[in-house]
Write a protein that binds this ligand. Structure first.
Ligand code: FAD
Length: 337
């Protein structure tokens, strides 16, 4: 069968809501579709036996022409054995030209497993997707330590790419999709991995990817009580705390809090960079932020070129002043009531 279409792997949260990255990829697929003739946008849903009406509705709103559903009650949560194999079988049954998944832990496992099984290439962590010559997928990603960006045309089919959350915007383009239910005998799937235990990490931090306000600390904050001040201000602003790779390497934040090329791409309404110089690899992760405030003692720091508001000064003086101001204003408000 001639490969046709763009297949998007749909990821779900614990309460079985579609993760934003999947809608963003679906929207991008619908955009790519406008550039290549006669290709359909397919969404692959793997989940338990439930009513899929709302899910189908949502996927159709973001550009799916065809929704392939594989359901079994043992698929209520992501399973390292079942999901990658089922997705691969769907990709074999409806051979697409292009496959897109999120550059999330789940999406990366699905993509690498499928690419190996289908003996095709995979471009990971793309920062843009377009259509290039010969109607091939043109994947863009940073290379040479982020000093350059490479445009990659993979000539084997399907062409595969993973993309982080918030790289693209989810845009509505309503369609009336075909819904196809598929049955796959999951008893026949080889169980290569046994999940022994799941331990949830409680960091006490808000979710970096979905918070409206993110305060990020860099190497400048990695001393004395720098991060204590950042956490204190974050609590007052109801913000999530994140940081640069330097802050991660110094042990002040977890990997899940690192922003940038090898960390997370985020799109908060407000990003506050504290003691961060503004390296290209860091900026990649915040380019879709609403407003950026930078606090840095070096008035020539590159971050100021990207900030809407720049405060040149010592964070150990500026943060306590903001926190104190916040407390005074709060007390005045309380007294007025
Ligand atoms: C392949 C590759 C991938 C990478 N991926 C990432 C990534 O995902 N994320 C990332 O962040 N980086 C990444 N990097 C590293 C990146 O190149 C930078 O080294 C890093 O972002 C610098 O972090 P920083 O801004 O915290 O530190 P620095 O560049 O050292 O900047 C510290 C800043 O703090 C300021 N400062 C110091 N003291 C104070 C003070 N008291 N008050 C106010 N300001 C102060 C200084 O003026 C300085 O501007 C990557 C690099 C490579 C090669």
């Amino acid at each position: 069968m001639e490969p046709n279409g763009i297949l998007v792997y749909i990821e779900f949260s614990e309460n079985f809501e579609i993760r934003p990255v999947s809608l963003e990829l679906l929207s991008r697929a619908a955009f790519l579709q406008t550039k290549i003739w006669n290709q359909r946008v397919m969404a692959c849903v793997i989940g338990p036996r439930i009513n899929y009406e709302n899910i189908v509705q949502k996927l159709s709103e973001y550009g799916a022409d065809e929704i392939v559903i594989v359901s079994d009650n043992r698929l209520d949560k992501y399973n390292h054995n079942f999901h990658p194999e089922i997705f691969t079988q769907i990709a074999k049954k409806y051979p697409p030209r292009i496959i897109l998944t999120g550059a999330t832990p789940e999406g990366k496992e699905i993509a690498s497993y499928t690419a190996t099984k289908l003996e095709t290439g995979l471009t990971a962590d793309c920062t843009n997707l377009d259509i290039g010559k010969e109607n091939l997928l043109l994947s863009t990603r940073p290379t040479f330590g982020g000093q350059l960006t490479a445009d990659i045309l993979c000539k084997t089919f399907p062409q595969m790419a993973t993309v982080q959350e918030h790289v693209f915007t989810a845009q509505k383009r309503a369609k009336s999709p075909n819904v196809i239910f598929n049955w796959i005998n999951i008893d026949n799937i080889e169980k290569r991995i046994e999940l022994i235990k799941t331990i949830k990490k409680h960091s006490g931090n808000r979710d970096v990817a979905s918070s409206d306000i993110v305060i990020s600390g860099g190497l400048g904050a990695c001393k004395d009580n720098g991060f204590t001040l950042i956490y204190e201000l974050a609590q007052k602003l109801k913000a999530a705390v994140a940081g640069s790779r330097e802050a991660f390497e110094k042990g002040y934040i977890t990997k899940a809090q690192q922003i940038g090329q090898t960390g997370k791409t985020i799109a908060p309404k407000l990003y506050i960079a504290v003691g961060i110089s503004g390296a290209l690899q860091h900026l990649t992760g915040i380019k879709n932020s609403g407003k950026i405030i930078a606090i840095n003692k070096d008035k020539n720091a590159p971050i100021f070129e990207h900030a809407d508001i720049g405060i040149a000064g010592d964070l150990f003086e500026i943060l306590p002043a903001i926190i104190k101001d916040f407390d005074t204003e709060y007390k005045e408000e309380q007294n007025e009531q």
